[in-house]
Design a protein around this ligand. Sequence first.
Ligand SMILES: NC(=O)c1ccc[n+]([C@@H]2O[C@H](COP(=O)([O-])OP(=O)(O)OC[C@H]3O[C@@H](n4cnc5c(N)ncnc54)[C@H](OP(=O)(O)O)[C@@H]3O)[C@@H](O)[C@H]2O)c1
Length: 334
Amino acid sequence: MRAYVLERYGGPEGARLTDVPPPAPGPRDILVDVRAAGLNPVDFKFREGKLRAIHRPKLPFVLGNELAGEVIAVGDEVKRIRIGDRVFARVAKDRAGAFAQQACVDEAHAAHMLPDLDFMAAAAVPLAGLTALQALRDELDVKPGQRIFISGGAGGVGTFAIQIAKWLGAHVTTTASKRGEALVRSLGCDEVIDYTSQSISEAGTGFDAGFDLIGGKTLEQMFEIVKPGGKIVSVAALPEPQTAIKDLGGRRALSVLFWIISYGIRSRARRAGVAYRYLFMHPSGADLAQLAELIAQGKLKVVIDRTYPLASISEAFAYIEGGHAKGKVVVTMV
Ligand SMILES: NC(=O)c1ccc[n+]([C@@H]2O[C@H](COP(=O)([O-])OP(=O)(O)OC[C@H]3O[C@@H](n4cnc5c(N)ncnc54)[C@H](OP(=O)(O)O)[C@@H]3O)[C@@H](O)[C@H]2O)c1
């Protein structure tokens, strides 16, 4: 089968489209005939070797973290999913493999696609949609009437986050440039700060919580506008000890490393009286099923910026690496 394979860490030349044997499903796996796969910044960060402290699979390794397709085989212990079902999934990061004509997924990480969802839209949901859901619902525990600040609302995660925060009943402020303003407003965002010409402080103060998709100076400024007792969850800054304990299987050495590298951010958070957490999202078929329901009810729109055939996947990588995607980028397996 055709697959986009990482052969050595570094620039785009370290990955190529090639033929590899199809994967064989284990007892709890489903084998999916992949129709479409979503791209995310983690794909190029992983290719560059930036995640090696966290996971370092043996190369060659088939890239790709999320997919949609039709089930063509199931393992002996699979209960919920049958051959012929249309499914979508965030693939576990240690096996990845979505940029390929076939991929294996743990049954627990997959959900059924509801009838109105097509493969392209379904493939765009798992990683960014689950990140937004898990951050806003589980970590920030967003309640109706709260004021939530989301940095970077026009990208893959942001377009889901704005809508999920609105669905949870929040008043939402985000940052976007002029290029993204109309999009974030169309998704229900209440206030928009143009990050290219305005300071985040212009959003006011007293926010109940912040969801940070940008990191760096943006995160620093968010500590000034979230009220004491509030919480900020970032998926773009530096991991802290809880990331290792809650999201990465309690790895002690990582927890010490994360304690050291996040010292500055945690001190800043303490001074502001704000709790800080770096989240690594996790695959979840149950959470994906909830997102599928929201999409079917018309409460969640999937925003697709560009699509590419698998043969042009290196162009898709270049586009997402440019950092200006509006919504999601998807490759189709035609
Ligand atoms: N830890 C986790 O589990 C996890 C999960 C998912 C994502 N992430 C991380 O979260 C971050 C966001 O992911 P994504 O998929 O949303 O990325 P993305 O789709 O590539 O985001 C691109 C968008 O960001 C906007 N942007 C760029 N710089 C900005 C700034 N300074 N302020 C406001 N907006 C800005 C761009 O708008 P303009 O073109 O208008 O500038 C563009 O629309 C990435 O770092 C990703 O690696 C982490």
